[in-house]
Ligand binder design. Structure first.
Ligand SMILES: Cc1cc2nc3c(=O)[nH]c(=O)nc-3n(C[C@H](O)[C@H](O)[C@H](O)COP(=O)(O)O)c2cc1C
Length: 461
């Protein structure tokens, strides 16, 4: 059974529809089974396009999604937003997570809110727990179509897109379907969450200078691996998945979150490099945190299959040294940089509850899309996310809750570490015929290695 892509569009005058149809064509060329579906316009005199009306169950059916709508006042058009909101009962049951998804929009003014619309569509996808892919920044058709890596942003041409936009739409559908095929090589396999650690002075979850040389040795004293399986990742014949955890900031909260993410990924079988971006004015490190991680290099990102970045929040964005480091990953024009095609995400530490953790993580996400990464946000894919304050964009801690992350936030960080490693492992593999692994089957594991097999709510309807 091939992978399934739903292309859902709203279009009043036909331009979005034309591009959506081309994205569907590109997805089919990449081997996907495709549904092209419309959201009905609310203009009584508007067109009634012939495609079937989308229903929430189409999202359930799909492994991959292209969300396509016009830009209205710098935002998602209201009929399309209504469709997104109609999925709420499925979202509440956690059934929309782990689709690979991308976005497409059209506006009349070149700078009239297209990027705002694309990123607004991403926000919904983060809440669903989907993986967010943009257009390929290394593909010449992306540059020819205006260069946004957030999806496709095209001119309003009354139903007749220009040839460079047609090519970009096809390429977007093709890329989405290719990534989707990888993502569903198997259902995601998540380890059972470890018991919440006790609050108090944090014992480093990853000890000493951490690098891949030590990475095959499970963390001996860490809390993140307590009760977690030792070999939960579906093993590739060649090597385990590699995760780089790159943080800036010496303060305890940042370091502890980075260590927790690293240890949790290591506990499910990933090789991990915990790295630090030096510079700036961070609070001094506490001695009990152990030696500082080695400085991050571009080679660490090139080595990794998945990356989690973290930093303190400064003025609503990640602190400048981390931004500098991510900027340095930008490839030469037309090339693929070290982030390209990899699973990526972030965590943030702010001074106050609403002082920029969300904006910092969204900002980081934009940068990662410029590198061609696939964003793997936590969404609400684990109870720990809501217990930690419910940030679906990445793990976040505010110093108003203490200098150290709460046990709930540590659990959310551990979940993000496992999830990002698992996604990285799937994305690095070539598509292959998949075997459905069902909860409760022998494949689900027995004894001390207990796996939670989470079906993605894939519908056969
Ligand atoms: C209510 C409304 C709001 C709009 N807001 C914007 C806008 O913020 N920026 C812009 O450039 N175009 C704006 N437009 C123009 C639409 O983006 C354009 O008509 C649409 O993308 C065409 O797509 P379609 O051919 O698929 O209907 C707006 C149009 C309407 C009807």
């Amino acid at each position: 059974m091939s992978h399934r892509v739903a292309v859902v569009y709203h279009s009043r005058h036909g331009t979005v529809r034309a591009l959506a149809a081309l994205a569907a064509e590109g997805a089919r060329q990449a081997g996907a089974e495709v549904r092209l579906l419309r959201v009905t316009d609310d203009e009584p005199a508007g067109h009634r396009w012939p495609e079937r009306e989308a229903v929430p169950e189409d999202v359930l059916w799909a492994d991959g999604l292209v969300l396509a709508c016009p830009t209205y006042y710098g935002n998602v058009s209201s009929p399309f937003k209504r469709f997104l909101e109609s999925t709420s009962p499925l979202w509440q049951r956690g059934l929309l997570a782990d689709r690979v998804a991308t976005a497409l929009t059209v506006s009349t003014q070149r700078h009239g809110g297209r990027e705002a619309t694309l990123t607004a569509l991403h926000h919904t996808l983060y809440h669903w727990g989907c993986w967010v892919a943009g257009s390929d920044p290394a593909d010449p058709v992306t540059r020819a179509a205006g260069g946004t890596p957030y999806g496709l942003a095209a001119d309003n041409r009354q139903g007749e897109p220009a040839s460079h936009e047609r090519a970009a739409a096809r390429a977007l559908g093709h890329r989405l379907a290719t990534l989707t095929a990888r993502s569903r090589a198997r259902f995601l396999v998540s380890p059972a969450p470890a018991a919440l650690p006790e609050h108090g002075p944090h014992r480093p979850a990853v000890e000493g200078p951490t690098d891949d040389a030590a990475a095959d040795v499970p963390a001996a004293t860490g809390r993140a691996d307590a009760g977690a399986p030792r070999a939960a990742l579906p093993r590739d014949a060649s090597r385990p998945v590699r995760l780089a955890v790159v943080h800036h900031g010496e303060e305890a909260a940042v370091r502890v979150l980075a260590q927790e993410i690293a240890a949790a990924a290591r506990a499910v079988g990933a090789r991990v490099r915990l790295r630090r971006v030096p510079g700036g004015s961070g609070a001094a490190s506490a001695a009990w945190l152990g030696p500082a991680a080695a400085p991050a290099t571009v080679a660490d990102i090139a080595w990794a299959d998945a990356v989690v970045f973290g930093a303190p929040v400064r003025l609503g964005a990640p602190a400048a040294p981390l931004l500098d480091f991510v900027q340095a990953l930008e490839p030469a024009e037309g090339g693929r940089g070290p982030l390209w095609g990899k699973a990526a995400g972030g965590f943030a530490v702010a001074a106050a509850r609403h002082a920029g953790c969300e904006t910092a993580l969204l900002h980081l996400g934009h940068m990662l899309l410029h590198g061609g990464a696939v964003l793997v946000p936590p969404g609400y894919t684990d109870p720990s996310v809501k217990a930690a304050g419910g940030n679906p964009y990445g793990t976040s801690h505010c110093r108003c809750e203490g200098s150290l992350p709460t046990p709930q936030t540590l659990a959310a960080a551990a979940h993000q570490g496992r999830r990002t490693a698992l996604a990285g492992d799937l994305l690095r593999r070539a598509p292959r015929s998949s075997r459905t692994v069902r909860a409760g089957s022998a494949d689900a594991g027995t004894g001390p290695v207990r796996l939670v097999i989470r079906s993605r709510g894939r519908s056969t309807a």
